[in-house]
Ligand binder design. Structure first.
Ligand code: IFM
Length: 436
Protein backbone atom coordinates (compact mmCIF):
# COMPACT_ATOMS: atom_id res chain seq x y z
CA UNK A 1 0.00 0.00 0.00
CA UNK A 2 1.53 3.31 -1.13
CA UNK A 3 1.69 5.87 1.69
CA UNK A 4 -0.20 9.07 0.89
CA UNK A 5 0.63 12.47 2.37
CA UNK A 6 -2.41 14.74 2.37
CA UNK A 7 -2.07 18.24 0.96
CA UNK A 8 -3.25 21.00 3.30
CA UNK A 9 -6.99 21.82 3.11
CA UNK A 10 -7.60 24.65 0.62
CA UNK A 11 -4.22 23.99 -1.02
CA UNK A 12 -4.26 25.26 -4.61
CA UNK A 13 -2.99 22.75 -7.14
CA UNK A 14 -2.92 23.07 -10.90
CA UNK A 15 -0.79 24.43 -13.71
CA UNK A 16 0.84 27.72 -14.68
CA UNK A 17 0.97 29.13 -18.21
CA UNK A 18 1.80 32.41 -19.97
CA UNK A 19 -0.09 34.04 -22.83
CA UNK A 20 2.73 34.40 -25.34
CA UNK A 21 3.84 30.81 -24.88
CA UNK A 22 0.44 29.26 -25.57
CA UNK A 23 -2.10 31.62 -27.11
CA UNK A 24 -0.86 32.31 -30.64
CA UNK A 25 -1.79 35.32 -32.74
CA UNK A 26 -0.17 37.98 -30.57
CA UNK A 27 1.71 40.96 -31.99
CA UNK A 28 4.20 42.16 -29.38
CA UNK A 29 7.93 42.74 -28.89
CA UNK A 30 8.71 39.03 -28.65
CA UNK A 31 6.87 38.23 -31.88
CA UNK A 32 8.95 40.80 -33.71
CA UNK A 33 12.16 39.64 -32.01
CA UNK A 34 11.65 36.04 -33.21
CA UNK A 35 10.42 37.01 -36.69
CA UNK A 36 13.11 39.60 -37.40
CA UNK A 37 15.90 37.10 -36.88
CA UNK A 38 14.91 33.42 -36.55
CA UNK A 39 18.52 32.60 -35.59
CA UNK A 40 17.72 34.10 -32.18
CA UNK A 41 15.48 31.12 -31.47
CA UNK A 42 16.95 27.61 -31.09
CA UNK A 43 14.68 26.06 -33.75
CA UNK A 44 13.98 29.24 -35.72
CA UNK A 45 10.32 29.15 -34.67
CA UNK A 46 8.05 31.88 -33.38
CA UNK A 47 4.89 31.83 -31.27
CA UNK A 48 2.49 32.91 -34.01
CA UNK A 49 0.41 29.76 -33.45
CA UNK A 50 1.96 28.37 -30.26
CA UNK A 51 -0.71 26.05 -28.78
CA UNK A 52 -3.58 27.95 -30.41
CA UNK A 53 -4.90 28.31 -26.89
CA UNK A 54 -6.53 31.66 -27.55
CA UNK A 55 -9.08 29.87 -29.75
CA UNK A 56 -9.11 26.59 -27.82
CA UNK A 57 -9.18 27.97 -24.28
CA UNK A 58 -12.57 26.51 -23.38
CA UNK A 59 -11.72 22.89 -24.21
CA UNK A 60 -8.21 23.31 -22.79
CA UNK A 61 -9.41 24.66 -19.46
CA UNK A 62 -12.21 22.14 -19.18
CA UNK A 63 -9.66 19.39 -19.76
CA UNK A 64 -7.55 20.66 -16.85
CA UNK A 65 -10.67 20.89 -14.67
CA UNK A 66 -11.53 17.32 -15.62
CA UNK A 67 -8.03 16.39 -14.41
CA UNK A 68 -9.11 17.70 -10.98
CA UNK A 69 -6.88 20.78 -11.00
CA UNK A 70 -8.39 23.29 -8.57
CA UNK A 71 -6.29 26.28 -9.68
CA UNK A 72 -4.91 27.70 -12.90
CA UNK A 73 -2.35 30.43 -13.51
CA UNK A 74 -2.37 32.36 -16.77
CA UNK A 75 -1.24 35.76 -17.96
CA UNK A 76 -3.09 38.61 -19.57
CA UNK A 77 -1.47 39.82 -22.76
CA UNK A 78 -0.87 43.56 -22.45
CA UNK A 79 -0.47 43.95 -26.25
CA UNK A 80 -3.96 42.53 -26.83
CA UNK A 81 -5.61 44.54 -24.06
CA UNK A 82 -3.93 47.87 -24.87
CA UNK A 83 -2.82 47.61 -28.50
CA UNK A 84 -2.26 51.38 -28.68
CA UNK A 85 -1.19 53.57 -25.77
CA UNK A 86 -4.25 54.42 -23.70
CA UNK A 87 -6.70 52.52 -26.00
CA UNK A 88 -8.17 49.47 -24.34
CA UNK A 89 -9.69 46.71 -26.40
CA UNK A 90 -13.04 45.67 -24.96
CA UNK A 91 -13.05 42.43 -26.95
CA UNK A 92 -9.67 41.38 -25.51
CA UNK A 93 -10.87 42.08 -21.97
CA UNK A 94 -14.09 40.18 -22.71
CA UNK A 95 -11.97 37.24 -23.86
CA UNK A 96 -10.13 37.13 -20.54
CA UNK A 97 -13.42 37.52 -18.66
CA UNK A 98 -14.54 34.40 -20.51
CA UNK A 99 -11.29 32.62 -19.58
CA UNK A 100 -11.93 33.48 -15.94
CA UNK A 101 -15.51 32.26 -16.14
CA UNK A 102 -14.34 28.97 -17.65
CA UNK A 103 -11.76 28.57 -14.89
CA UNK A 104 -14.41 29.04 -12.22
CA UNK A 105 -16.91 26.78 -13.98
CA UNK A 106 -14.20 24.13 -14.24
CA UNK A 107 -13.49 24.33 -10.50
CA UNK A 108 -10.19 26.21 -10.84
CA UNK A 109 -9.16 29.26 -8.81
CA UNK A 110 -7.46 31.67 -11.23
CA UNK A 111 -4.05 33.14 -10.53
CA UNK A 112 -3.56 36.04 -12.94
CA UNK A 113 -0.30 37.58 -14.13
CA UNK A 114 -0.31 41.08 -15.61
CA UNK A 115 3.13 40.98 -17.21
CA UNK A 116 4.90 37.80 -18.30
CA UNK A 117 7.99 38.97 -20.24
CA UNK A 118 6.19 40.57 -23.23
CA UNK A 119 5.47 44.23 -24.01
CA UNK A 120 3.14 45.94 -26.44
CA UNK A 121 5.11 47.34 -29.35
CA UNK A 122 4.10 50.94 -28.66
CA UNK A 123 5.98 50.69 -25.37
CA UNK A 124 8.84 48.47 -26.59
CA UNK A 125 9.48 50.98 -29.41
CA UNK A 126 9.76 53.81 -26.90
CA UNK A 127 12.26 52.53 -24.39
CA UNK A 128 10.24 49.62 -23.01
CA UNK A 129 10.34 49.33 -19.25
CA UNK A 130 12.98 52.09 -19.20
CA UNK A 131 10.45 54.63 -20.50
CA UNK A 132 10.22 57.19 -17.68
CA UNK A 133 6.45 56.75 -17.64
CA UNK A 134 6.44 52.94 -17.70
CA UNK A 135 5.17 52.73 -14.08
CA UNK A 136 2.23 55.01 -14.91
CA UNK A 137 1.47 53.06 -18.08
CA UNK A 138 1.60 49.78 -16.21
CA UNK A 139 -0.66 51.10 -13.46
CA UNK A 140 -3.18 52.32 -16.05
CA UNK A 141 -3.21 48.87 -17.65
CA UNK A 142 -3.46 47.17 -14.23
CA UNK A 143 -6.40 49.39 -13.28
CA UNK A 144 -8.22 48.60 -16.55
CA UNK A 145 -7.70 44.86 -15.99
CA UNK A 146 -8.78 45.08 -12.37
CA UNK A 147 -11.94 47.07 -13.18
CA UNK A 148 -13.09 44.58 -15.80
CA UNK A 149 -11.80 41.33 -14.31
CA UNK A 150 -11.09 41.89 -10.62
CA UNK A 151 -14.43 40.55 -9.40
CA UNK A 152 -13.29 37.11 -10.52
CA UNK A 153 -9.65 37.29 -9.40
CA UNK A 154 -8.31 36.91 -5.91
CA UNK A 155 -4.68 36.02 -6.69
CA UNK A 156 -2.75 38.57 -8.75
CA UNK A 157 0.84 38.63 -9.94
CA UNK A 158 2.13 41.95 -11.22
CA UNK A 159 5.37 40.86 -12.91
CA UNK A 160 6.72 37.43 -13.69
CA UNK A 161 10.40 36.91 -12.83
CA UNK A 162 11.57 40.52 -13.01
CA UNK A 163 15.20 39.54 -12.40
CA UNK A 164 15.15 37.02 -15.26
CA UNK A 165 13.75 39.63 -17.62
CA UNK A 166 16.47 42.10 -16.62
CA UNK A 167 19.24 39.51 -16.89
CA UNK A 168 18.19 37.92 -20.20
CA UNK A 169 17.16 41.11 -22.00
CA UNK A 170 19.70 43.60 -20.68
CA UNK A 171 22.78 41.80 -19.37
CA UNK A 172 23.30 38.83 -21.67
CA UNK A 173 21.10 40.04 -24.52
CA UNK A 174 19.47 36.74 -25.46
CA UNK A 175 15.97 38.20 -25.16
CA UNK A 176 14.53 41.47 -26.44
CA UNK A 177 15.75 44.15 -26.55
CA UNK A 178 19.08 42.27 -26.80
CA UNK A 179 21.21 44.60 -24.73
CA UNK A 180 24.42 43.66 -22.98
CA UNK A 181 24.88 46.36 -20.40
CA UNK A 182 25.25 46.05 -16.65
CA UNK A 183 24.10 49.66 -16.02
CA UNK A 184 21.00 49.02 -18.13
CA UNK A 185 20.23 45.80 -16.32
CA UNK A 186 20.40 47.65 -13.01
CA UNK A 187 18.20 50.44 -14.40
CA UNK A 188 15.68 47.83 -15.53
CA UNK A 189 15.59 46.26 -12.07
CA UNK A 190 14.83 49.67 -10.57
CA UNK A 191 12.20 50.33 -13.25
CA UNK A 192 10.50 46.99 -12.62
CA UNK A 193 10.30 47.69 -8.90
CA UNK A 194 8.62 51.03 -9.65
CA UNK A 195 6.24 49.36 -12.11
CA UNK A 196 5.33 46.71 -9.55
CA UNK A 197 4.63 49.35 -6.89
CA UNK A 198 2.46 51.37 -9.27
CA UNK A 199 0.48 48.32 -10.34
CA UNK A 200 -0.08 47.09 -6.78
CA UNK A 201 -1.39 50.51 -5.83
CA UNK A 202 -3.78 50.48 -8.80
CA UNK A 203 -4.98 46.91 -8.15
CA UNK A 204 -5.59 47.55 -4.47
CA UNK A 205 -7.41 50.82 -5.14
CA UNK A 206 -9.85 49.11 -7.52
CA UNK A 207 -10.30 46.14 -5.19
CA UNK A 208 -11.03 48.34 -2.18
CA UNK A 209 -13.52 50.46 -4.14
CA UNK A 210 -15.44 47.32 -5.13
CA UNK A 211 -15.02 45.46 -1.86
CA UNK A 212 -13.03 42.68 -3.55
CA UNK A 213 -10.19 40.72 -1.97
CA UNK A 214 -6.91 40.98 -3.85
CA UNK A 215 -3.77 39.07 -2.91
CA UNK A 216 -0.87 40.56 -4.85
CA UNK A 217 2.72 39.45 -5.43
CA UNK A 218 5.35 39.07 -8.10
CA UNK A 219 6.33 35.63 -9.39
CA UNK A 220 9.81 35.60 -7.95
CA UNK A 221 12.36 33.27 -9.49
CA UNK A 222 14.25 31.68 -6.63
CA UNK A 223 17.47 30.22 -8.01
CA UNK A 224 19.95 29.86 -5.17
CA UNK A 225 23.64 30.29 -5.94
CA UNK A 226 25.75 27.71 -4.16
CA UNK A 227 29.50 28.09 -3.86
CA UNK A 228 31.10 25.37 -6.01
CA UNK A 229 33.60 24.57 -3.29
CA UNK A 230 32.68 24.93 0.35
CA UNK A 231 36.33 25.57 1.11
CA UNK A 232 36.80 28.32 -1.45
CA UNK A 233 36.29 31.88 -0.13
CA UNK A 234 36.41 33.08 -3.74
CA UNK A 235 33.51 30.82 -4.78
CA UNK A 236 31.55 32.03 -1.75
CA UNK A 237 32.34 35.62 -2.64
CA UNK A 238 31.30 35.05 -6.26
CA UNK A 239 27.93 33.63 -5.12
CA UNK A 240 27.20 36.45 -2.68
CA UNK A 241 26.29 39.26 -5.05
CA UNK A 242 24.15 37.23 -7.51
CA UNK A 243 22.32 35.74 -4.52
CA UNK A 244 21.50 39.20 -3.22
CA UNK A 245 20.70 40.85 -6.55
CA UNK A 246 18.71 38.01 -8.13
CA UNK A 247 17.22 36.18 -5.15
CA UNK A 248 16.69 38.77 -2.46
CA UNK A 249 16.98 42.37 -3.66
CA UNK A 250 13.50 42.76 -5.19
CA UNK A 251 11.75 41.14 -2.25
CA UNK A 252 13.59 43.26 0.31
CA UNK A 253 12.85 46.41 -1.68
CA UNK A 254 9.16 45.50 -1.43
CA UNK A 255 9.50 44.99 2.29
CA UNK A 256 11.39 48.21 2.97
CA UNK A 257 9.72 50.42 0.37
CA UNK A 258 13.08 51.54 -1.01
CA UNK A 259 15.43 50.83 -3.90
CA UNK A 260 18.16 49.15 -1.91
CA UNK A 261 21.90 49.10 -2.72
CA UNK A 262 23.79 48.23 -4.75
CA UNK A 263 21.10 48.47 -7.45
CA UNK A 264 19.55 51.58 -5.93
CA UNK A 265 20.67 54.18 -3.43
CA UNK A 266 17.90 53.79 -0.88
CA UNK A 267 15.31 55.94 -2.75
CA UNK A 268 11.81 55.62 -1.37
CA UNK A 269 9.16 54.38 -3.85
CA UNK A 270 5.50 55.24 -3.27
CA UNK A 271 3.31 52.18 -2.77
CA UNK A 272 6.23 49.77 -2.53
CA UNK A 273 6.43 49.15 1.19
CA UNK A 274 4.33 46.10 2.12
CA UNK A 275 3.43 45.56 -1.53
CA UNK A 276 3.60 41.77 -1.26
CA UNK A 277 0.61 39.98 0.26
CA UNK A 278 2.33 36.68 -0.42
CA UNK A 279 5.41 35.53 -2.35
CA UNK A 280 4.87 33.77 -5.66
CA UNK A 281 7.81 31.40 -5.99
CA UNK A 282 9.03 30.05 -9.31
CA UNK A 283 11.46 27.35 -8.27
CA UNK A 284 13.28 25.06 -10.71
CA UNK A 285 16.88 24.62 -9.66
CA UNK A 286 19.99 26.13 -8.12
CA UNK A 287 23.33 27.03 -9.65
CA UNK A 288 26.76 25.88 -8.60
CA UNK A 289 28.78 29.10 -8.67
CA UNK A 290 32.48 29.30 -9.45
CA UNK A 291 34.74 32.31 -9.14
CA UNK A 292 36.07 32.85 -12.66
CA UNK A 293 38.38 35.65 -13.75
CA UNK A 294 37.18 35.19 -17.34
CA UNK A 295 33.62 36.25 -16.44
CA UNK A 296 33.90 39.97 -15.65
CA UNK A 297 30.47 40.79 -17.11
CA UNK A 298 28.79 38.56 -14.56
CA UNK A 299 31.01 39.94 -11.78
CA UNK A 300 33.37 36.95 -11.92
CA UNK A 301 30.62 34.43 -11.18
CA UNK A 302 30.28 31.46 -13.52
CA UNK A 303 27.22 29.29 -13.00
CA UNK A 304 26.99 25.58 -13.72
CA UNK A 305 24.70 22.67 -12.95
CA UNK A 306 25.56 20.03 -10.37
CA UNK A 307 27.40 17.27 -12.27
CA UNK A 308 26.62 14.73 -9.55
CA UNK A 309 22.84 14.90 -9.88
CA UNK A 310 20.30 14.22 -12.63
CA UNK A 311 19.61 17.12 -14.98
CA UNK A 312 16.75 18.17 -17.22
CA UNK A 313 17.14 18.62 -20.98
CA UNK A 314 17.69 22.30 -20.12
CA UNK A 315 20.69 21.11 -18.08
CA UNK A 316 19.07 22.24 -14.83
CA UNK A 317 20.00 20.22 -11.74
CA UNK A 318 17.17 18.18 -10.26
CA UNK A 319 17.44 18.14 -6.47
CA UNK A 320 14.02 18.16 -4.75
CA UNK A 321 15.22 18.71 -1.14
CA UNK A 322 16.74 21.97 -2.38
CA UNK A 323 13.20 23.18 -3.03
CA UNK A 324 12.21 22.52 0.58
CA UNK A 325 15.28 24.49 1.68
CA UNK A 326 14.43 27.36 -0.67
CA UNK A 327 10.82 27.57 0.55
CA UNK A 328 11.89 27.44 4.18
CA UNK A 329 14.52 30.12 3.64
CA UNK A 330 11.93 32.46 2.08
CA UNK A 331 9.40 31.71 4.79
CA UNK A 332 11.88 32.32 7.60
CA UNK A 333 13.17 35.54 6.06
CA UNK A 334 9.87 37.16 5.05
CA UNK A 335 7.10 35.44 7.08
CA UNK A 336 4.76 35.83 4.10
CA UNK A 337 2.52 33.08 2.71
CA UNK A 338 4.15 31.32 -0.23
CA UNK A 339 2.51 30.13 -3.42
CA UNK A 340 4.60 28.00 -5.76
CA UNK A 341 3.71 29.78 -8.99
CA UNK A 342 5.98 27.57 -11.14
CA UNK A 343 7.92 24.35 -10.81
CA UNK A 344 8.53 21.85 -13.57
CA UNK A 345 11.03 20.06 -15.74
CA UNK A 346 12.13 20.13 -19.36
CA UNK A 347 11.92 16.50 -20.38
CA UNK A 348 11.42 15.33 -23.96
CA UNK A 349 9.88 11.91 -23.32
CA UNK A 350 8.19 12.35 -19.93
CA UNK A 351 10.78 10.08 -18.34
CA UNK A 352 11.76 12.44 -15.52
CA UNK A 353 8.48 14.25 -14.92
CA UNK A 354 6.49 11.68 -12.88
CA UNK A 355 9.16 11.34 -10.19
CA UNK A 356 9.93 15.06 -10.45
CA UNK A 357 6.34 15.92 -9.57
CA UNK A 358 6.08 13.46 -6.70
CA UNK A 359 9.45 14.41 -5.26
CA UNK A 360 8.89 18.16 -5.50
CA UNK A 361 5.43 17.95 -3.96
CA UNK A 362 6.98 15.96 -1.13
CA UNK A 363 9.56 18.73 -0.78
CA UNK A 364 6.71 21.24 -0.52
CA UNK A 365 5.06 19.10 2.16
CA UNK A 366 8.36 18.83 4.01
CA UNK A 367 8.55 22.63 4.06
CA UNK A 368 4.95 22.76 5.33
CA UNK A 369 5.80 20.22 8.05
CA UNK A 370 8.69 22.48 9.07
CA UNK A 371 6.32 25.41 9.47
CA UNK A 372 6.21 27.17 6.08
CA UNK A 373 2.82 28.56 5.09
CA UNK A 374 2.63 27.27 1.49
CA UNK A 375 -0.76 27.94 -0.09
CA UNK A 376 -0.40 26.03 -3.31
CA UNK A 377 1.63 24.51 -6.13
CA UNK A 378 1.24 25.34 -9.82
CA UNK A 379 3.11 23.03 -12.14
CA UNK A 380 4.92 24.50 -15.13
CA UNK A 381 3.17 23.69 -17.38
CA UNK A 382 -0.01 22.30 -18.91
CA UNK A 383 1.00 21.98 -22.60
CA UNK A 384 4.32 21.67 -24.40
CA UNK A 385 4.66 25.28 -25.46
CA UNK A 386 6.93 27.93 -26.96
CA UNK A 387 9.85 28.29 -24.59
CA UNK A 388 11.24 31.74 -25.52
CA UNK A 389 14.77 31.54 -27.00
CA UNK A 390 14.51 27.74 -26.95
CA UNK A 391 11.47 27.74 -29.25
CA UNK A 392 9.71 24.37 -29.12
CA UNK A 393 12.87 22.44 -28.21
CA UNK A 394 12.26 22.29 -24.45
CA UNK A 395 9.17 20.39 -23.36
CA UNK A 396 7.71 21.27 -20.00
CA UNK A 397 4.12 20.11 -20.57
CA UNK A 398 1.94 17.52 -18.89
CA UNK A 399 0.18 17.39 -22.23
CA UNK A 400 1.96 17.03 -25.58
CA UNK A 401 0.69 19.08 -28.51
CA UNK A 402 0.83 17.84 -32.08
CA UNK A 403 2.29 20.87 -33.86
CA UNK A 404 0.53 20.02 -37.14
CA UNK A 405 -2.97 19.24 -35.85
CA UNK A 406 -2.87 20.87 -32.40
CA UNK A 407 -4.18 17.59 -30.97
CA UNK A 408 -3.67 17.42 -27.19
CA UNK A 409 -2.03 14.19 -25.99
CA UNK A 410 -1.84 13.81 -22.20
CA UNK A 411 1.40 12.21 -21.04
CA UNK A 412 1.64 9.63 -18.23
CA UNK A 413 2.65 12.48 -15.88
CA UNK A 414 -0.69 14.19 -16.57
CA UNK A 415 -2.52 11.12 -15.25
CA UNK A 416 -0.27 10.94 -12.21
CA UNK A 417 -0.83 14.65 -11.49
CA UNK A 418 -4.58 14.27 -12.01
CA UNK A 419 -4.65 11.50 -9.42
CA UNK A 420 -2.69 13.65 -6.95
CA UNK A 421 -5.15 16.50 -7.53
CA UNK A 422 -8.14 14.16 -7.18
CA UNK A 423 -6.90 12.53 -3.99
CA UNK A 424 -5.56 15.87 -2.70
CA UNK A 425 -2.65 13.77 -1.50
CA UNK A 426 0.83 12.89 -2.70
CA UNK A 427 2.44 9.44 -2.68
CA UNK A 428 5.28 9.77 -0.20
CA UNK A 429 8.63 10.05 -1.98
CA UNK A 430 9.94 6.89 -0.36
CA UNK A 431 6.80 4.97 -1.28
CA UNK A 432 6.93 6.24 -4.85
CA UNK A 433 10.56 5.13 -5.16
CA UNK A 434 9.74 1.77 -3.66
CA UNK A 435 6.91 1.32 -6.12
CA UNK A 436 9.09 2.22 -9.09
O1 IFM B 1 8.83 29.06 -19.62
C1 IFM B 1 9.37 29.74 -18.54
C2 IFM B 1 8.38 30.72 -17.98
O2 IFM B 1 7.91 31.62 -18.95
C3 IFM B 1 8.99 31.50 -16.85
N1 IFM B 1 9.61 30.63 -15.88
C4 IFM B 1 10.47 29.58 -16.36
C5 IFM B 1 9.78 28.80 -17.44
C6 IFM B 1 10.69 27.65 -17.93
O3 IFM B 1 11.87 28.17 -18.45
Amino acid sequence: MVQQRPLPADFLIGCATAAHQVEGGIDNDWMRWARDDPARIADGSDASVACDHFRRHREDLRQLGAMHHNAHRFSLEWARIEPRAGCFDGAALAHYAEVLRTCHESGMEPVVTLHHFTLPRWLADNGGVLHPEAPRFFARYAAACAERLGGDVRWWITINEPTVLAFMGYLIGRWPPGEQSLPHMLAVLRALVRMHAAAVTALRRVAVRHGWTAMVSIAHQERPQRAASRASPLDHAAALLPNWVFNRWFLHCCRRGRLLPPVGAGQRVAGLRGSLDYIGVNYYTYDVTHFDLRSPRTLFARQASNPLLPRSTFDWTIDPPAMRDALLALWREFSLPLLVTENGVADTDDELRPAFITDHLNAVLDAVDDGADVRGYLHWTAWDNWEWAEGFTQRFGLIAVNRETQERLPKPSAALYAEICRAHAVPSAAAAQGAA
